[in-house]
Design a binder for this molecule. Structure first.
Ligand code: ATP
Length: 438
């Protein structure tokens, strides 16, 4: 993991937030390459979940919502973690922190940070929602929350979307957006952060059809990740046992990835029943039934949710792509990202900065720029330039050499096979298009 974190910083994927001030706990910024990677991931998700499906509509709901939403959803009362405080060193832990040896509150249990015995409090419940105030007065009546999940924005808009899009059940609503959780034991780089982005889709179905749709989405989502090039043996499902299952869920599976720190969830597929819409109907006083005129039926739909973290999935992509290979006695570090996700699609290099090479290389670069995110690099030896692009995960390297100015051909180096092909300078665009959209 340390090697990946240092590569992420070195190449401009991820930086610590407010680093010059010492950083802000578990908040991260994406640099030039990271911003592209995450964007490509979100675009692929949106394409698969919205554009390619007739039965799913997109939504972009606000982060701030009526505070009653969070009462109805159960977050005000129940979105809590049991926490333990050390009276001596003032540190705070989750009650299930593996570093705690023995029950907190027991005089024999030691604080895992300061090592003192008997200084830990008994567990107390702590709400994970960030609170702020709306309007000029900081009083209880003005309390508002930063949303801890995007799902609720979809539920409260379900009738608006249904009516404006003229969809019929079964249909879905998809959304990508920020969520905030005041996590107490964050860590493992961008795995658990306090500000993150979710890619959620809520699929509304007739009660009774829920199991079938649950199975459908479970299979579909796993297939999608495999289609991004993630190694199948590093992916698995984990079904929630009775003690893990949320109060509203009938069945739930996590899609897990084998990180260097173990198997961990990065997407959840949940059968949320009619819990959410029933609660919003109750708390808002507005009817949220679906009226099926042709069958002369009305009911509150069941919801099948697919809930992924964009940041966590981006971390999966980085971890899975990271390889160290021996090439001619040297270690090559390469990110084998799927070309559609790679931040840069190609880099263009003049072999040396003379004899007409930079002019031709610039021309090719300018031509490609209109279609792909490409990079021009004329600094340092060609070997170093290739290595930099390997670390960035750039699938192709286009080199203008001495022969190029004679016969208008260039070499195109493949990141994964390291093979170089000669291609007519005027056809590089076509060559890349065929391979990048495959
Ligand atoms: P965990 O058990 O890891 O806290 P969760 O079960 O609370 O996760 P959900 O509420 O199901 O997670 O959220 C759905 C997805 O949102 C997760 O699979 C994950 O990808 C992402 N996610 C949730 N919390 C965080 C976080 N603190 N940082 C980054 N991503 C998160």
């Amino acid at each position: 993991m340390d090697k990946l974190v240092s590569l992420a910083k070195r190449r401009g994927f991820v930086f610590q937030s407010s680093e010059i001030y010492g950083g802000l706990g578990s908040v991260w910024d994406y640099g030039p390459l990271g911003a592209e990677l995450k964007r490509n991931l979100k675009e692929r998700w949106w394409r698969a979940m919205v554009h390619e499906r007739e039965d799913i509509e997109g939504l972009d709901a606000a982060i701030l919502m009526h505070p009653k939403v969070w009462e109805a959803s159960g977050h005000v009362a129940g979105f809590t973690d049991p926490l333990v405080d050390c009276r001596q060193c003032k540190n705070r832990f989750r009650a299930d922190d593996p570093r705690l040896k023995g029950p907190p509150g027991d005089p024999e249990t030691k604080c895992p940070v300061c090592g003192n015995k008997g200084t830990l409090t008994a567990p107390r419940m702590f709400n994970l929602m960030f609170k702020t105030f709306m309007g000029p007065v900081e009083e209880d009546a003005a309390v508002i929350y930063l949303r801890p999940e995007t799902a609720q924005g979809i539920y409260v808009n379900y009738l608006n979307v249904l009516q404006s899009s003229r969809q019929k059940v079964p249909f879905g609503i998809a959304q990508i957006g920020k969520a905030f959780r005041n996590e107490i034991t964050p860590g493992n780089f961008t795995f658990r952060t306090r500000e993150f982005e979710q890619m959620e889709m809520q699929f509304f179905v007739k009660p009774g059809a829920d199991q079938q749709w649950f199975e459908f989405w479970k299979a579909e989502r796993m297939k999608w990740y495999q289609g991004l090039g993630i190694r199948a043996e590093k992916l698995r499902f984990h079904q929630h046992g009775p003690d893990e299952l949320a109060h509203y869920a009938k069945d739930a599976y996590d899609i897990q990835y084998e990180f260097p720190f173990g198997w961990q969830e990065f997407e959840g597929i949940h059968n949320r029943t009619d819990f959410d819409l029933t609660r919003h109907q109750e708390y808002s006083g507005k009817k949220l039934e679906y009226v099926d005129a042709s069958a002369n039926e009305r009911y509150i739909p069941y919801i099948i949710e697919t809930s992924a973290g964009a940041d966590r999935a981006a971390l999966v992509l980085l971890v899975d792509a990271y390889r160290e290979e021996q090439v001619e006695g040297e270690t090559r570090v390469v990110l084998k990202l799927h070309p559609s996700l790679a931040p840069l699609k190609a880099a263009v290099f003049p072999l040396v900065n003379k004899d007409g090479m930079p002019e031709l290389a610039r021309r090719i670069y300018d031509d490609l720029r209109g279609r792909f995110n490409v990079f021009y690099d004329d600094g340092g030896s060609i070997g170093r330039r290739y290595r930099r692009q390997d670390e960035a995960g750039t699938p192709f390297g286009v080199t203008v050499d001495g022969q190029s100015t004679q016969d208008q051909t260039v070499t195109v180096r493949d990141r994964d096979t390291l093979l170089q092909e000669r291609v007519a300078a005027g056809r590089v665009d076509e060559y890349l298009s065929a391979r990048l959209t495959a």
